[in-house]
Design a protein around this ligand. Structure first.
Ligand code: KG4
Ligand code: ZN
Length: 338
């Protein structure tokens, strides 16, 4: 088992990601191709174009990652691929390639939950969080607060009832004419904004519970922009402060409720600087340590899929041999403990 090597394939949305993870040496290589330029002119991900591009990219990326790791295909012991949640056509590309390769190499394959990939990404770093912990998963498709008793044992404490927070960043950025994907652009513009110029609501913080709602913030941004079209950066700032504080308040509440002393934050929006600052301050105040993936592993990547799959594959948790399984909708709580 010492040298057990897992190849990971991510293709759930608009990034083709490959990772190679070894039991003895950790992450050996990872490669990424982002389709941002392809979808930018449409202002959002076009599923059919995403699938077509994954097909073009996946094999060359696998070849490049193998070369980076100085390995050959026959050195791979198992294959992990993202089975869901995500775009069905895009998922089928990764699943089809992964299963076909596994079949031809006579090695096991496993369908990984994309959000478990994000959740475990901080474990790729030298300083790792230890279970139990609370995880805040913030991406373009999901906003989840998860109680992690052990790896694979997940209880959803709260989630977004409408737009995911990354989606709200993207939609607000679009309203302000910032292009796609808007999250990082909006955050950059917010740096020039004046704090307090506008006060946006903190949705659902007055109600008990840990669910989120972000679609109202986007509407608030639209209405403010119609009235004050000259104050783009102030609107960006007000939006970001409101979103970040709402996330912080719910994180603090979930930590009080569960009495966990560790918070893990992952998914695309965990790259956001204002969020990191706010959670850092909160963590210090309440004596909670906060962990993140390195910035490049906050957004979608193949390394996290190789790693999450590896943990299960070394324990023999492969998917049935001849099935190409995808789960475009998939609840994290359905996973089994590792
Ligand atoms: O995890 P991810 O790469 O893909 C999904 O699984 O959805 O997350 C992408 C999301 C997008 O909505 C993007 O705008 C947002 O993460 N994002 C950010 C930042 N970087 C990425 N949002 C705010 N600030 C950022 N720095
Ligand atoms: Zn993601």
């Amino acid at each position: 088992m010492d040298k057990f090597i897992t190849l990971g394939v991510e293709s759930s949305c608009d990034e083709t990601g490959i990772g190679i993870y070894s039991q003895s040496h950790g992450l050996l290589a990872h490669r990424l191709f982002s389709q941002v330029a392809i979808h930018a002119e449409y202002g959002g991900v076009v599923p059919e174009l995403a699938s077509r591009d994954h097909i073009q990219r996946v094999l060359p990326l696998i070849k490049a990652a193998l070369e980076d790791a100085k390995l050959q295909l026959c050195d791979i012991d198992a294959i992990a691929y993202t089975a869901g949640p995500g775009l069905a056509g895009a998922l089928l590309v990764g699943a089809g390639v992964a299963k076909s390769l596994a079949w031809s190499l006579k090695i096991p394959a496993l369908g990984v939950h994309h959000m478990e990939g994000h959740l475990l990404a901080p474990l790729l770093e030298e300083k790792q969080p230890k279970t139990p912990f609370v995880a805040l998963l913030v991406s373009g498709g999901h906003t989840l607060l998860v109680d992690v008793e052990a790896i694979g044992k997940y209880k959803i404490l709260g989630e977004s009832l409408d737009d995911a927070v990354g989606e709200a960043f993207d939609k607000t950025a679009k309203i302000l004419g910032l292009g796609y994907p808007g999250g990082p652009a909006l955050s950059k513009l917010a740096e020039q904004g004046e704090e307090g110029a506008f006060k946006f609501p903190r949705p659902m913080v007055d109600r008990p519970g840990l669910d989120f709602s972000f679609s109202g913030l986007k509407t608030f941004a639209r209405n403010t922009f119609i009235k004050y079209p000259q104050q783009k950066s102030d609107i960006a700032k007000a939006f970001e402060v409101a979103a970040v504080q709402t996330l912080m308040i719910k994180c603090r509440r979930s930590l009080e409720q569960t009495e966990r002393k560790t918070l893990v934050v992952a998914g695309g929006v965990s790259a956001n600087r204002a969020l990191r600052q706010e959670l850092g301050k909160m963590g210090q105040k309440v004596g909670v340590e906060v962990f993140y993936p390195r910035t490049e592993f906050c957004t979608d990547n193949g390394a996290m899929i190789a790693f999450a799959g590896h943990l299960r594959l070394v324990k023999g948790q492969a998917t049935a041999a001849n099935e190409i399984v995808i789960k475009p909708r998939w609840n994290l709580e359905e996973l089994v403990a590792i």
